[in-house]
Design a protein around this ligand. Structure first.
Ligand SMILES: *Cc1c(COP(=O)(O)O)cnc(C)c1O
Length: 407
């Protein structure tokens, strides 16, 4: 007999409720959520329109019960294979390249760090405390991966251009350095790190270079067709050993699907985990979770085939055009300045005149979801296609909030 539930803790309802009531209840729960459909979210929703969402939703519903990592669903194996081949084609994978579909960058990061660690260990077993070396702008998920693996991570200052400093990183490489992680672009500043130069150093010093292209992976290849000056960061660059890209960001798939790619399948071999000392015999896994949502995989597959190259390029064009409108609008407001030169659609802006976070508070009071940086203090956003509905209103409100802060 189990003990009675703690007072005040929610319990399972005694009797089930019909969907009509649940739909109303869910809609009510949603009432305080940010209205992303009209461009009021600044960070976490990648919405390319009702038609794209509808394709993703239908495909998700078709495979909602299937586990994409269970072998009895060859359909999902095939879809993952297609997603990987398309990703490798977009991101410079050569003949030797390979990859894995993952749940998101947290899983990709942990797997990449473990692969790099095992590759390093195989070559230099005598090194006591191998470490990761990263520019300060790298996402904390790599900090978390290092922590989980009991590895040290050394963060070094970035340059005045808000990019990784090739010089600083070069100076900090030691015999214990097993891995460098750089971003394309970094989440805080939207700048693509100098991957080509870092790749040269990494190769010369025999250090694994991993590229976190979560945001840029499925945007930059299409932007590069329009804006030739986008810095390169893909698997074709010498020294880049692995790269992570989120299908659930600018791939416009449902949440929970991403890819981890390797320039050389031999490096991916380190990813495998095998164990046979339990009652069910040999257990082999290339990933962390045994379950990957079949619906998320199917949504990515369907959206990629629905949009095709032309669809993604049109959206990329729209995103970059919108990005320019935001940048121009922000620069036009006296007292505000954009940080650095964002390469894609992540932007950050601050002020030397007033407390930018107070401006953020005032914007939030006007129902904008506001993403922030702390060092330096700045407001931050990822521009997506849906922001065409919001850009004018956002800039008007921003100008009003700045004006109010002045008086
Ligand atoms: C979104 C993001 C992450 C986290 O990835 P998830 O797939 O959301 O776990 C890591 N790094 C960068 C640069 C990101 O933009």
């Amino acid at each position: 007999m189990s003990s009675p539930p703690s007072p005040g803790r929610k319990t399972l309802p005694a009797r089930g409720q019909p969907w009509s009531e649940l739909h109303d209840a869910l809609s009510a729960l949603r009432s305080a959520d940010t209205d992303w459909r009209h461009g009021r979210d600044s960070l976490d929703v990648y919405y390319a329109g009702e038609d794209v969402l509808d394709v993703a939703r239908r495909a998700y519903a078709m495979f909602i019960s299937e586990n994409a990592r269970a072998p009895q669903f060859p359909s999902l194996q095939r879809m993952q294979d297609d997603l990987l081949q398309i990703s490798l084609s977009l991101l410079g994978g050569g003949r030797e390249a390979a990859g894995t579909v993952t749940i998101g960058n947290a899983e990709s990061a942990l797997l990449a760090v473990r692969s790099a660690y095992r590759a390093f260990r195989a070559r230099r077993p005598q090194v006591r405390r191998p470490h990761l070396l990263v520019p300060a702008s790298v996402h904390p998920v790599y900090e978390q991966a290092a922590d989980m693996m009991g590895l040290e991570l050394i963060r070094v200052a970035i340059g005045g251009d808000y990019r990784a400093s090739v010089q600083t990183i070069g100076q900090c490489i030691e015999a214990e350095t097993m891995m460098i992680v750089a971003s394309a672009p970094s989440l805080p500043f939207g700048t693509i790190d100098p991957i080509e130069a870092l790749g040269r150093i990494a190769r010369d010093r025999d250090v694994w270079l991993h590229v976190d292209a979560c945001i840029g992976g499925f945007l930059a290849p299409h932007v590069a067709r329009i804006v030739p000056a986008v810095p390169r960061f893909d698997l074709s660059l010498p020294g880049v050993r692995s790269l992570a890209a989120d299908l659930h960001k600018f791939g416009y798939a449902a949440n929970g699907v991403s890819v981890l790619l390797y320039a050389d399948a031999d490096d991916q071999a380190h990813q495998l985990f095998e164990y046979d000392q339990w009652p069910k015999g040999l257990w082999r896994s290339q990933t962390l979770s045994g379950t990957l949502a079949g619906g998320a995989v199917a949504s990515a597959w369907a959206v990629m085939h629905y949009l095709g190259e032309t669809g993604y390029r049109t959206l990329a064009q729209r995103v970059m055009h919108l990005r320019d409108r935001y940048l121009e609008g922000i620069e036009r407001i006296s007292g505000l300045h954009v940080l650095g030169q964002p390469d894609l659609s992540v932007i950050a802006f601050g002020s030397d005149e007033f407390d930018i976070h107070a401006i953020g508070d005032a914007m939030q009071a006007r129902s904008w979801h506001i993403s922030r940086l702390t060092a330096p203090a700045a407001l931050h956003m990822t521009v997506t296609p849906v922001h065409d509905q919001a850009v004018e209103a956002y800039l008007d409100d921003l100008a009003r909030c700045v004006l109010a802060a002045r008086s």
